[in-house]
Every structure is written in structure tokens, then in C-alpha cells.
Design a protein around this ligand. Structure first.
Ligand SMILES: Nc1nc2c(ncn2[C@@H]2O[C@H](COP(=O)(O)OP(=O)(O)OP(=O)(O)O)[C@@H](O)[C@H]2O)c(=O)[nH]1
Ligand SMILES: [Mg+2]
Ligand SMILES: [Zn+2]
Length: 366
């Protein structure tokens, strides 16, 4: 393996110049645990690395911290010393979602990825509204979207094809394929994307076949790190943390734990772009501040009534709009709290400085 096969590019080379005087080497992060990271060096050697305090302190939020797929500068330790991440290199793309639950923080799912492959099936997992959310997140990431309608061996051919067509109609430029990770059917097409140096992040609900797909493309069972996989009651291994897997001779895959929640980490602009058909209608609503809910003479609701707009798509648009607004409110609130604390601290600091000065004055040692 060399740097280029790991995804190195001219932009990174340029960023590297900043550290010319240092004795640091570039590495790509392949795994993240509670205490450290796993990383590949240029020659493909795998090492464990720790994060230095400065990089940690300089991060203003979780999303700034190194994540799987990131390039970092590492100071290699001697024999009994740890290897340490001294700096992070700029990200080319970044696939994120909102942290599950009430937090307004972002969670990075994969950095520097070329493709996000969403795995689903034509049966119980199929959900066009969820797919719409994935597409919006992917469009924000800078990566390209691929969808795999997996487990084709379990369903009639027409059913998988119909599901694939429905998904393809949802998003311009989405590449949708019918596959069976178990039998290997339909996987050949993935080799076309997975050229040397290319990274594909594999996401989707638990049990859809992400790890099976990785094993198939790897050619044998990838030896997952012990803490990475858990056996469920059903004897199945469920992935518990993300991991980058280099495929022999081709690109790289990032396997992920199944996602229960795909909440938005995006903004109104992306929403409008993604629902351009609905957005165009808003111009025809009677009121400029129409909420498109119960207001009279709403062009969007009229389109639903006339049967020209899918009610489920309308419903999803409203839900996403709510979610984005809620996210904004929450992060504004968080920002205000942060500012209040900062102000309080600075007042405290000023008070302290004044007091020290007073004491000095008292003692007469100016
Ligand atoms: N019939 C069939 N079964 C499949 C296929 N792909 C995966 N499976 C089975 O589905 C189950 C779940 O597969 P995994 O690859 O572990 O699913 P996953 O997406 O990695 O799940 P998590 O790690 O929990 O997110 C396993 O029993 C697989 O053998 C497929 O194409 N066809
Ligand atoms: Mg898995
Ligand atoms: Zn309206």
C-alpha cells in the first residue's frame, strides 16, 4: 500500500508543507475507540495513535475532532512511547448526521469519502421517506450517492427492480443497484466505483447486509477488531463501531453500525434544493408567510388535493422543515448558553485581575 492507494491527493500534499520542519508523518484513521484511534501509515502498517491535548482543546465541537477517514499528522513514538496525533489535515468531504437524541451536535460518520452507499432491501427495510433523508445528508457531504437494494435473492426480481426504480426517481444522479451480498450477485458493478484510492462509506439500517457486503468485496471474512463486533441473540454479528477496510488491490470501504435515526444535519437551503418541485409552488401560495399547513389558498396543498403532488412527499417536506427549524432553535440556544458562560467567565477573570491589582496596590508593590 502507498499514500495514493489510501486516498492521498494534491490538496493534502499542499497542506503537508505546513509541517515541513516537523518530524511528523501522515496517516489515515481507520478506527476510533474510546481511548485511541487505529491508523494506516503510508506503507500500510497499522498503528494505534493517541490524540494530543492541543488538537483536542482546539476542537470547538465534536465534529472538529478526528474521525474515521480523516488524515492526520502523527509523531511516531520510540519503542515504549505512544504514537501521537499532532495535527489534522483538511477534509475534502464529510458525511455527517445530527447526533441521535436531543443534542444539536453533529456526528461525523465518515471523512474524505467519495461515495456513500446506502444499503436497503425491497422488503421490510424499504422506506422511500428515509431514503429522501439520506439523499439530503449525502448531498451536503460532498460525496456521491449510491443505493444498493440488497437481499435480491429473497424477493421476486420485479419487486427489487421496482424498489430500485422508485428510489432512482427520487434523486437526480443517484446510482441505484440491485444486489445480493450473500450470493455476490450484482456486486461486480461496485468494482467500477472502487478504484484505487477511492473510499466508500456503507450505511443503512441494522441487518440490511453492510458487513456481509464488505466481506464479499474483501474476498474473505475481514477480521474485525474484537470490540467492533458483537454477537446478538440470533447468532448474528452486529457492528458496534465504524471501521475502514482496505480492499486488496482496489478502494476502501467504511463499515458502520446500523443507524436507527437519521436526523437532519442540514439547512433550509438544502431542503429547498431537494424539494425544488415543492419550493417552486410556494411562489403561488396566497400569503408570503404561508406555512403550507392550514392557511387558505396554499398552492402546495392545492397540488396535493389535485393529485399532482404525492401526499407522502408533502408530509415528509413538512417534517423535515420542522426538524431543521427545531435544530436551528436548539443550536441558537446552545450558542447563547456558551456566550453567557464565556461572558460570566470573562467578568470573573476581570474581577480577579482587579482584585489582584488592588491587593498589589495595598502592598504597595506596583
Ligand atoms: N438472503 C440474504 N441475506 C443477507 C444478504 N446480505 C446479508 N444477509 C444476511 O443478513 C444478516 C445481517 O447481515 P449483516 O451483514 O450483519 O448486516 P449489517 O447491515 O452489517 O448489520 P449491523 O452490523 O447490525 O448494522 C446476516 O444473517 C446476513 O447473512 C443478502 O443479500 N441476502
Ligand atoms: Mg454490520
Ligand atoms: Zn402554502
Amino acid at each position: 500500500m502507498n499514500l495514493k492507494e489510501l486516498g492521498w491527493n494534491p490538496g493534502l500534499q499542499e497542506a503537508l508543507e505546513r509541517y515541513a520542519g516537523k518530524n511528523w508523518v501522515p496517516a489515515r484513521l481507520i478506527r476510533e475507540t474510546i481511548i485511541n484511534y487505529g491508523a494506516f501509515l503510508a506503507d500500510g502498517e497499522e498503528i494505534d495513535v493517541l490524540l494530543c491535548g492541543r488538537v483536542w482543546h482546539e476542537a470547538t465541537c465534536d465534529a472538529d475532532l478526528p474521525a474515521v477517514g480523516d488524515w492526520v499528522m502523527v509523531e511516531l513514538g520510540n519503542e515504549n512511547q505512544a504514537h501521537v496525533i499532532r495535527a489534522t489535515l483538511p477534509r475534502r468531504t464529510c458525511f455527517c448526521r445530527k447526533m441521535p437524541g436531543k443534542s444539536s451536535q453533529v456526528q461525523v460518520i465518515g471523512a474524505n469519502i467519495d461515495y456513500v452507499a446506502v444499503v436497503t432491501d425491497a422488503g421490510p427495510d424499504f422506506n422511500i421517506r428515509r431514503m429522501e433523508r439520506y439523499f439530503m445528508l449525502i448531498s451536503r457531504s460532498g460525496a456521491k450517492a449510491i443505493v444498493l437494494v440488497n437481499k435480491a435473492d429473497l424477493f421476486p426480481k420485479e419487486q427489487s427492480q421496482l424498489a430500485a426504480a422508485e428510489i432512482a426517481a427520487l434523486w437526480d444522479g443517484a446510482m441505484v443497484h440491485v444486489t445480493s451480498a450473500l450470493t455476490g450477485d450484482g456486486l461486480k458493478v461496485l468494482k467500477k466505483y472502487l478504484k484505487k484510492g477511492i473510499t466508500m462509506c456503507v450505511v443503512g439500517s441494522s441487518g440490511v447486509g453492510k458487513s456481509t457486503l464488505v466481506n464479499q468485496l474483501y474476498g474473505e471474512d475481514w477480521q474485525w477488531t474484537s470490540e467492533c463486533n458483537e454477537t446478538t441473540g440470533k447468532g448474528r454479528h452486529t457492528t458496534t463501531s465504524r471501521e475502514l477496510v482496505p480492499l486488496p488491490g482496489t478502494g476502501m470501504l467504511i463499515d458502520n453500525p446500523g443507524m436507527r435515526e437519521i436526523q437532519m444535519w442540514t439547512d433550509e437551503t438544502t431542503l429547498r434544493e431537494s424539494f425544488a418541485d415543492i419550493d417552486a409552488l410556494t411562489a403561488e401560495c396566497k400569503f408570503s408567510d404561508c406555512s403550507h399547513r392550514k392557511d387558505s389558498k396554499c398552492a402546495i396543498r392545492a397540488a396535493v388535493d389535485a393529485g399532482t403532488l404525492d401526499p407522502a412527499r408533502y408530509e415528509n417536506f413538512l417534517n423535515l422543515e420542522n426538524e431543521i427549524a427545531e435544530l436551528r432553535r436548539r443550536s441558537e440556544k446552545r450558542q447563547m448558553t456558551v456566550e453567557r458562560w464565556a461572558k460570566r467567565d470573562s467578568v470573573k477573570a476581570r474581577n480577579l485581575a482587579d482584585r489582584i491589582q488592588l491587593e498589589k496596590d495595598d502592598r504597595g508593590d506596583v
